[in-house]
Design a protein around this ligand. Structure first.
Ligand SMILES: NC(=O)c1ccc[n+]([C@@H]2O[C@H](COP(=O)([O-])OP(=O)(O)OC[C@H]3O[C@@H](n4cnc5c(N)ncnc54)[C@H](O)[C@@H]3O)[C@@H](O)[C@H]2O)c1
Length: 329
């Protein structure tokens, strides 16, 4: 198949691109390199069936040109990470809303199958353990930076749904819950690489809020095959599908695990949510997905345990530290 991957130089996009190339597909990546890195694509950058276009999903003409002739479009490009959303609210909203509209419009015009990456964040403060796809959204004020990412992604879902219903677009939405693994960047707020980096460099690990809030981390390599199966599934067309693990860990526990696994002398310090979101104590306390639908449609199963995820991030961060040191000398 000929595939377009938006956000190909990012964390999930680069793993997906590698998988598609290994499976014999042709891939064009589109990325503006805002949080993506050329190094993420090192394994495929010289491959004859791969090409990278540096540009933005906000460029509707470019998106249209690249979509023409594509069989599958994976739309992963987005403004991602709490620090990005806090520091660049307007640009983030435009990317996450108008960018997705451009991609959906082009996929519809060229009759390509589309997979759109949404997020488990859209459920907000709904505290049900085992959130099904039809669960209600419980969201704070749209004027709070904490929820604008979720608001934009929810708007994307409605837009895509409109294209499916009115224009016959063959699209599936995936709601990813805390995907982690090598190549994820801690600089923009993602907690595992941020903790690992600080532990390896002997700096304190900052926990926002009490640290009692839990997350369920899923290894990126458990997620990727499901994305490839879902984009081609007729049964999945028009649906939103959760993808994540159901194994909860509190953020305080996670910090202790990272310190133990890196044999670090780092301390744990607490900081207010104000520091990360610019507004008070608003967070998802216990987002746990029900992934029955993904199991049925794509054979999805989150098999890799948290310790394996952390270990893979430690190896990745060590190699980044070594590369930086080598360049510095
Ligand atoms: N990692 C997670 O835990 C998680 C959870 C839920 C949803 N998601 C979604 O998965 C997708 C991939 O996220 P990721 O974790 O790989 O993040 P990432 O930041 O590594 O990847 C996003 C990529 O999009 C690119 N990008 C940003 N704006 C762009 C633009 N205007 N034009 C073209 N490219 C642009 C970035 O440079 C980057 O390479 C995103 O849509 C994100 O919302 C991720």
């Amino acid at each position: 198949m000929r595939c377009l991957v938006t956000g190909a130089a990012g964390f999930i996009g680069s793993h997906l691109t590698e998988n598609l190339i290994v499976s014999g597909h042709e891939v064009i990546g589109l990325d503006d390199m805002s949080t993506g890195r050329q190094e993420n694509l090192a394994a495929v950058s010289e491959h004859p069936r791969f090409g990278l276009v540096q540009g933005s999903i906000l460029d509707a003409t470019l998106v249209d040109e690249l979509t023409a002739g594509s069989d599958w479009v994976f739309h992963l490009a987005a403004a991602v990470g709490a620090f990005v959303i806090r520091d660049r609210p307007l640009a983030s909203l435009r990317t996450n809303i108008h960018g997705t509209e451009n991609v959906a419009e082009a996929a519809s015009r060229h009759d390509a199958r589309l997979l759109v990456a949404s997020t488990g964040e859209i459920y907000g403060k709904n505290a049900t353990v085992g959130l099904r796809e039809d669960a209600d959204r419980v969201i704070g004020s749209p004027l709070r930076s904490r929820w604008t990412y979720a608001e934009a992604k929810a708007t994307d879902e409605s837009l895509v749904d409109g294209y499916v219903r009115e224009r016959g677009l063959r699209a599936v939405i995936v709601r990813l819950f805390n995907t982690a693994g090598p190549r994820q960047n801690g600089r923009y707020g993602m907690v595992i690489p941020r903790f690992v980096r600080r532990a390896l460099t002997g700096r304190p690990l900052t926990v926002f809020g009490t640290g009692d809030q839990t997350r369920c981390f899923c290894h990126v390599l458990d997620v990727i095959p499901a994305l490839v199966r879902l984009v081609q599934s007729d049964q999945a067309t028009g649906l939103a599908v959760n993808l994540g693990s159901s194994q909860q860990v509190s953020i305080a526990q996670l910090a202790r695990m990272v310190i133990a696994m890196t044999s670090s002398s780092s301390a744990i310090e607490h900081s207010s949510y104000l520091d990360v979101y610019g507004s008070g104590d608003e967070d998802m306390q216990r987002p746990v997905p029900d992934c029955t639908l993904a199991g049925q449609l794509a054979g999805f199963d989150a098999t890799r345990p948290l310790a394996e995820i952390i270990q893979s991030v430690i190896a990745d961060q060590w190699s980044r530290i070594a590369t930086a040191a080598a360049i510095g000398t």
